[in-house]
Design a protein around this ligand. Structure first.
Ligand code: SF4
Length: 386
């Protein structure tokens, strides 16, 4: 066997995902003026470059020094799919080989990017395909903002005065964002920075299943909008669907979300309540009435999401009538309600269908596969589309 000398290769710092103040300190550490950081941010995010050579207004010697000690390293695109309805999905390979999914949903006048925060998810909500994949690890800030970078770059530079394709970002992809607090906050703050993507704080939304202690800390470091994955009008049912509810019940969660809103300078904001409708589980009139009572006088709007089936989920999508009955009861109670239309179903990009490729450390995916083999008749019924 040939012995090789081990040579210490100096690790280069990844500038993608670095908070703006840290980047400023980094440039000052190189003996440069702080404004250099803003120059770099514009190149990295506005222009989508990943090489210092392309930065034409940065002197050659600084470009060379940067190339020696730093890099701009985004995650790799393993696959890109485009749905018949224009929805796009990227399978993004992150360090270690696992993949997460990022979805772009174009609509009239806006484009929403749904971004993942973790490889898999530890929370195991019973109706969520990501939860069935188990959990591997948190994504870094570079891997989170990198998903926006990949999507923005794929659309090319916006024409002068033209509208940006990505107008909204929702942290609603794979993972529970509040369990990856620091990296998610760093990435969201970058999204809102004018030298990065300059997306308004109302249009960057963090969606949580309800990790209350982390939510209590959020207002001190973020101005993002907030969505709660509620999915049930009472603790008994919610604990079955969203197990984290056993630790942080509905009342505690709603109170913490209200405090988050109260801490914001913009007093007109409301919480978005996400409610996945599962046929004969949480979509009956009594559930709607209980939800209306729960949310009476609560500053919110409700987003109803008819369940998107995935193999062996054990749940069915409610029919059109059940969805409109539910909507009617809430609307008549004076609540603001929308029904999310299903997008990207042909490429498995619809809400709740994201699976990625997770190297599961929890063995949950193995258990789910075993349970599926034992009960092969439990399949999702896609025929009840509203
Ligand atoms: S719904 Fe969200 S929090 Fe629940 S398992 Fe899925 S990704 Fe995790």
């Amino acid at each position: 066997m040939i012995a090789t000398d081990s040579v210490a290769v100096p690790r280069r710092v990844n500038l993608l995902g670095m908070p703006a103040v840290e980047l400023e300190a980094f440039m000052v550490g190189l003996g440069e003026k702080p404004y250099r950081a803003r120059q770099l941010l514009k190149w990295i995010y506005h222009q989508g470059v990943d090489s210092f050579d392309s930065m034409s207004d940065v002197g050659k010697s600084l470009r060379e020094r940067l190339a020696d000690c730093a890099e701009i390293r985004a995650p790799e695109v393993a696959q890109e799919q485009i749905s018949a309805d224009g929805t796009r999905k990227w399978l993004v390979r992150v360090t270690g080989g696992s993949c997460v999914e990022t979805v772009f949903i174009p609509e009239d006048g806006r484009g929403t990017l749904c971004v993942s925060s973790q490889v898999g998810c530890a929370l195991d909500c019973s109706f969520c395909s990501t939860g069935k994949q188990g959990f591997q690890r948190d994504l870094s800030a570079a891997e989170i903002i990198g998903q926006v970078w990949i999507a923005a770059r794929s659309f090319g530079l916006p024409k002068k005065g033209g509208q940006r394709r990505i107008t909204n970002v929702v942290m609603m992809g794979m993972g529970e964002p509040l369990l990856n607090f620091d990296n998610v906050v760093a990435a969201m703050n970058l999204m809102m920075d004018d030298y990065v993507y300059g997306i308004s704080k109302r249009r960057v939304t963090l969606s949580t299943a309800g990790v209350v202690p982390a939510l209590e800390r959020l207002a001190a470091v973020s101005e993002a909008s907030l969505a709660i994955s509620l999915h049930a009008p009472n603790d008994e049912l919610r604990s079955q669907l969203v197990p984290v509810n056993r630790r942080y019940p509905i009342r505690e969660l709603l109170d913490a979300a209200r405090r988050y809103l109260q801490a914001q300078s913009d007093t007109k904001r409301v919480v978005t309540i996400e409610y996945t409708l599962l046929s004969e589980v949480n979509d009956r009139p009594e559930h709607a009435r209980e939800l209306a009572r729960l949310l009476a006088d609560y500053p919110c709007k409700i987003n109803l999401i008819p369940f998107n089936p995935f193999p062996h989920s054990g749940y069915r999508r409610p029919g059109r009538n059940a969805v409109s009955r539910f909507w009617n009861i809430l609307t008549e109670a004076g609540l603001r309600v929308t029904v999310r239309s299903t997008r990207g179903e042909d490429i498995d990009a619809a809400c709740g269908q994201l699976v990625g490729q997770v190297q599961d450390r929890t063995r949950r995916s193995e258990r789910h596969r075993a349970a599926t083999r034992q009960h092969p008749s439990v399949t999702a019924d896609a025929s009840s589309r509203p």
